[in-house]
Structures are given as structure tokens and as C-alpha cells.
Ligand binder design. Structure first.
Ligand code: TYM
Length: 321
């Protein structure tokens, strides 16, 4: 079994990424697993090249500080040639309608002008990420499930039409922390790229700031905590976050708190403690450019060697070369 997953440097790593993804990558990782920074994916909307490069470095430092073994990580653009070639092969396997149906594309493209073509084709690049490495399991949050389904459909179609090359991937979703919501607006997921940062806890935020954001989280007019995700989404989000930090059931945690204020304090303490080693570890690594560069180069060489035979087989079978 090979697990593969990625994170896009479209902003600073936030709590949802950490609880829903990175933390699990560190503890669940098997020998064959691979995790990467999908910097090519961060170019599908307006971006700043220098900032993107810095964010990719920051995310690499966060991944290492999270405890993911360094030999299992790489930066996507270091495999730009391989992935570019495989993306083309897969675009020739996919239909326009399949790409246009992606919820994330619709959400990000709707009502905008100058939408980059790459925003439409990005799930195909994601399929290339997955299929190049022969991943059988793809740990992602709910928001990425549809993209993994596309990768699966393309693998099946390619294998059936041209010959067996690709492993069938499957999305695996976490039981807790699958969807951390924005603290200021619990109707939307917490996201790196949200403009209003008040409801987004970043992994590298100072403890004081983390506490302030949590204490100001939007709840409701009630007073006594109870776990009711349908009617009290803000409160349920705080309980879900606390559950993800402590490994306990959200309903039990609600019962242990007599007021919203007390619950928020507990959530702030728990989040600060969970993030502390990551923040400190990443800061130390960011001060050591040579070390980050070493990890990056070694990871790229391994990931590239690993995918090469699949790319060559796919090109040959589809009639190239
Ligand atoms: P990205 O960078 O948006 O998110 C990285 C991971 O964090 C999860 N996540 C969340 N989990 C819980 N609550 C949230 N609020 C939250 N926000 C994000 C995401 O589900 C994801 O697991 N396209 C991907 C990266 C990617 C990839 C891949 C993943 C590129 N190629 C191949 C798997 C396989 C992305 O933009 O993730």
C-alpha cells in the first residue's frame, strides 16, 4: 500500500490542514508513503512568484516539524517535467465535462473573469500526482474527495483502453477533523486563502493570537454548550476542534463545560499546545536554509526515480515514442 497526499502553498498552513491532514500523515505514515507540497497547484489563480516560493519553503519546514519522515516528502515543482508529461496523457484521457463538473472549479470560477485554464485542468494534474506514484490510498479532507474520484476514473479508463499501468487510488477521509470550519463564519471551511483572517488559525500564529481568534469565534445566542452541528454550527466547530485535539467525543466535551467562555478557553489551550512543537520546530528549520535545501533535493530525487517507469509505460502505451 502506498499513501500519497499533498498540500498547496496558496497561503500559510492553517489548523484545518493540520488536524485534517498533516498530523495524520505524521502518525499513520508507512514506509512507502509520500507527502508533497503542491506548489504547481498554487498557480491556478492570481499569485505572486516570490511569495509562492517562500510559502513552499515554509510548508516544507512545517511538514518536517510535524514529524513526517523527511525521506517521504518532496516539492511538486521538482517533478515538473514528469508531471507535465503525465498531465497531458491524462488530459487526453479525460473529458471537458468531467473537469468542468468539479465543485471546486465551479466555486472558484463562478462570476469571475480571466479564469486561468489551469483552474479547470488542475484536478488532472492532481490525478497525475497520484497516478505517477502508484498511490493506492489518498488521505484528504472532504473537499478533495471529488478530485480523487476523478483520478480513479482516469486510471480505470486508461488501464482499460491502453493497458494496465496505474494503481486504482482511493480517498481516505479522517473520522475527526475532516472539516474544520472558519471561526468567524462556520458556514464555510477554514481555508488558507480566505481574505478575512479573523476566523483562520494559522499553524505558525503566536499563542496569543490563536487565543484571541478562538475567544472571538462566532457561536450563537445560547449559553450552555451542547453538540448540535445542524443548528449550532459555530459551537459544534469548536467542539469538533477540541475533539480532534484531545481524541474525545464532542458531545462529552460539551457536557463538561458550563459556559461558552469556559469552553473557548479550553479549546484555545488545547490548540496552542497541539501547535506548539510544530511552530517551534518550523521556526528553527526556517533559519537553516541549507538543511531545507538538502531535504528538498533528496526528496525530489527519490520521488522522480519512483515514478519514472509508470510515466514511460503510459507514454509508450498511448502511442508516444
Ligand atoms: P489543500 O492544500 O487545500 O489542503 C491540504 C489538506 O488539508 C485538508 N484541509 C482541511 N481539512 C479539514 N478542515 C479544513 N478546513 C481543511 N482545509 C483543508 C485538505 O482536504 C487536504 O487534505 N489539491 C490538494 C493538494 C493536492 C493533493 C494532490 C492531495 C495536490 N495533489 C494529490 C492529494 C493527492 C489541496 O489543494 O489541498
Amino acid at each position: 500500500m502506498t499513501r500519497l497526499s499533498g498540500i498547496t502553498p496558496s497561503g500559510h498552513v492553517q489548523l484545518g490542514n493540520y488536524l485534517g491532514a498533516l498530523r495524520r500523515w505524521a502518525v499513520e505514515g508507512g514506509e512507502q508513503d509520500l507527502y508533497f507540497i503542491s506548489d504547481l497547484h498554487a498557480m491556478t489563480t492570481t499569485h505572486n512568484p516570490g511569495k509562492l516560493r517562500a510559502l513552499a519553503g515554509e510548508q516544507l519546514a512545517v511538514l518536517i516539524a510535524t514529524g513526517i519522515p523527511e525521506e517521504r516528502m518532496f516539492v511538486q515543482s521538482d517533478l515538473a517535467r514528469e508531471l507535465g508529461a503525465l498531465t497531458w496523457v491524462l488530459e487526453c484521457t479525460a473529458s471537458y465535462g468531467e473537469a468542468a463538473r468539479m465543485i471546486q472549479f465551479k466555486e472558484k470560477a463562478e462570476g469571475r473573469s480571466g479564469v486561468r485554464l489551469s483552474l479547470l485542468t488542475y484536478p488532472v494534474l492532481m490525478a497525475a500526482d497520484i497516478l505517477l506514484q502508484g498511490a493506492s490510498e489518498v488521505p484528504v479532507g472532504e473537499d478533495q474527495r471529488q478530485h480523487v474520484e476523478l483520478a480513479r476514473a482516469l486510471a480505470r479508463r486508461f488501464n482499460g483502453t491502453y493497458g494496465e499501468v496505474f494503481t486504482m487510488p482511493e480517498a481516505v477521509l479522517p473520522k475527526v477533523g475532516a472539516r474544520v470550519r472558519d471561526l468567524a463564519d462556520p458556514t464555510r471551511k477554514m481555508s488558507k486563502s480566505t481574505q478575512d483572517k479573523a476566523g483562520v488559525v494559522f499553524v505558525l500564529d503566536e499563542p496569543d493570537l490563536v487565543r484571541r481568534k478562538i475567544m472571538r469565534a462566532v457561536t450563537d445566542a445560547g449559553r450552555t454548550p451542547a453538540y448540535e452541528p445542524g443548528t449550532r454550527p459555530g459551537l459544534a466547530n469548536l467542539l469538533d476542534i477540541l475533539a480532534a485535539c484531545t481524541g474525545r467525543a464532542p458531545a462529552d466535551l460539551a457536557e463538561e463545560h458550563s459556559s461558552y467562555g469556559a469552553l473557548k478557553e479550553t479549546v484555545a489551550d488545547a490548540v496552542i499546545e497541539v501547535l506548539r512543537p510544530v511552530r517551534e520546530g518550523a521556526a528553527a528549520l526556517l533559519a537553516d536554509a541549507a538543511e531545507l535545501d538538502r531535504v528538498r533535493k533528496a526528496g525530489a530525487a527519490r520521488a522522480s526515480a519512483r515514478g519514472e517507469h509508470r510515466l514511460q509505460s503510459a507514454l509508450r502505451l498511448i502511442g508516444a515514442g
